[in-house]
Design a protein around this ligand. Structure first.
Ligand code: ZN
Length: 281
């Protein structure tokens, strides 16, 4: 199946983003269970058009975890933050009391070499596995902090036991924040609280079109328990996570960048968790 994908792609010499015909993309979509409707409008859009002044999404999905960590450190410095790069994570203090969290690793072993883009420019995938989980979250955070100076935490090795989050919890860094927003959830409008919430907090998010979902632990499960503040994991627009057929809907990313930017602008008090979420094994 992967060889078929590569054969179908027309490589453009100037960019590794391959524009493929609608027919071929529909076939790819079917393989990846996307469904055809999402790729129905044929508009050629540069996926990096709105991000020329920062690391592009294309770069973010192509970097190894190691290279991405270095790139983010210099990006945060360039944005005027003073990032603290530690074993397992990068943390940067902000002045808006909300901490945004994403993880740097993906489950895919191969480096992304080719990116396939749907005819409408919204869906991107890669024969190597696009790694939207959680590179979509990393990208969204960089976009959000351009305007809203939140605290930022990028963790390493979430997929192999949330090792970076554990290192952060063990560190002396204890930011004064009101709540945590993680961008590491599949789909378009999920909000997962892992019991790290209270009724007012979850009600607040459901007003922003997010619906409460349940799922296993992620990084915030550890971090929220450590800091004693409420936390939510919001959809970052990736689908088919942990599979080669993973894809990212860029329009969902854009919508949720907007949405998160709106709700973090609303001032709140410190939101404590109703009952401390227990740290997982
Ligand atoms: Zn993830």
């Amino acid at each position: 199946m992967q060889i078929l994908w590569i054969n179908k792609i027309n490589h453009n010499e100037n960019t590794a983003i391959a524009r493929i015909s609608a027919k071929d993309f529909f076939e790819l979509c079917e393989t990846a269970e996307i469904g055809q409707t999402k790729a129905a409008i044929a508009v050629d859009r540069d996926i990096n058009a709105s991000t020329k002044d920062m690391i592009t999404f294309e770069e973010i999905v192509k970097y190894s975890q190691y290279t991405l960590k270095i790139a983010l450190e210099s990006e945060l410095n360039r944005m005027g933050y003073k990032p603290q790069t530690k074993e397992g994570f990068i943390y940067a203090e902000g002045n808006l009391p909300v901490m945004l969290v994403a993880h740097l690793d993906t489950v895919h072993k191969d480096t992304v070499e080719t990116i396939c883009c749907s005819p409408d420019g919204n869906i991107v995938m890669s024969p190597q596995g696009i790694g939207g989980d959680d590179r979509a979250g990393v990208y969204m955070i960089l976009r959000i902090i351009k305007k809203h100076r939140c605290h930022v935490l990028f963790c390493e090795d979430e997929e192999i036991g949330r090792l970076g989050a554990r290192k952060f919890a063990e560190s002396v860094i204890k930011p004064e924040i009101n709540y945590i927003v993680e961008l590491d959830r599949r789909g378009s409008n999920d909000a997962v609280f892992y019991d790290c919430d209270n009724s007012k907090f979850s009600e607040f998010f459901t007003r922003f079109r997010f619906k409460k979902e349940k799922r296993n632990a992620s990084d915030i499960f550890i971090i929220a328990a450590d800091l004693g503040v409420a936390a939510v994991n919001i959809s970052a627009g990736f689908y088919n996570a942990h599979r080669k057929q993973e894809y990212v809907d860029l329009s969902v990313m854009e919508k949720n960048i907007e949405c998160v930017s709106r709700f973090i602008s609303i001032s709140t008090k410190k939101i404590r968790i109703h009952s401390c979420c227990s740290t997982p094994e």
